[in-house]
Design a protein around this ligand. Structure first.
Ligand code: MG
Length: 159
């Protein structure tokens, strides 16, 4: 096959006093995401989509949360490493499309900056990066603002 598709999902708990990093961009918010790395749920879901498309083990395998190298790590570094890994296996990114799910704050003002970060990390043009954001209509853990989650699909092509 010369093209492959992959899917990724991630969730992080929200907590006051933590920074909220989404798509490599720090977003002003009352609560931020809790995690071993900077807890960038959007970049983590893209990592898993790419790794899954390449038939590789997931993000937790490559960057275990028991490894102090990834403590508070900038997830842009993790995504760059995933792009390198799939590259050595003969793949390049075609496009990605993602949905972020959180109640607050509004993501729209930050979407273009997030797309630019992701496109640069993936070595693709801006129109090859889709990022949407929706609330969870106040339902469940996302609705109670206890967490934020992200879904991503990625297409990869033979280099
Ligand atoms: Mg994660």
């Amino acid at each position: 096959m010369s093209i492959r598709v992959g899917f990724g999902f991630d969730v992080h708990r929200l907590q006051a006093g933590r920074p909220l990093k989404l798509g490599g961009v720090e977003i002003p918010a009352e609560k931020g995401a809790l995690g071993h790395s900077d807890a960038d749920v959007l970049l983590h879901s893209i990592c898993d989509a790419l790794l899954g498309a390449a038939g590789m083990a997931d993000i937790g395998h490559h960057f275990p949360d028991t490894d102090m190298r990834w403590k508070d790590a900038d997830s842009r570094m993790l995504l760059a490493e995933v792009v390198r890994l799939i590259g050595t296996a003969g793949w390049r990114v075609g496009n990605v499309d993602c949905s972020l799910v959180l109640e607050r704050p509004k993501i729209k003002p930050h979407l273009e900056a997030m797309k630019a970060e992701v496109a640069a990390l993936l070595n693709v043009s801006l129109d090859a990066v889709g990022i949407k954001a929706t609330t969870n209509e106040k339902l469940g853990y996302v609705g109670r603002e206890e967490g934020v989650c992200a879904y991503a699909v990625a297409l990869i092509e033979r280099r």
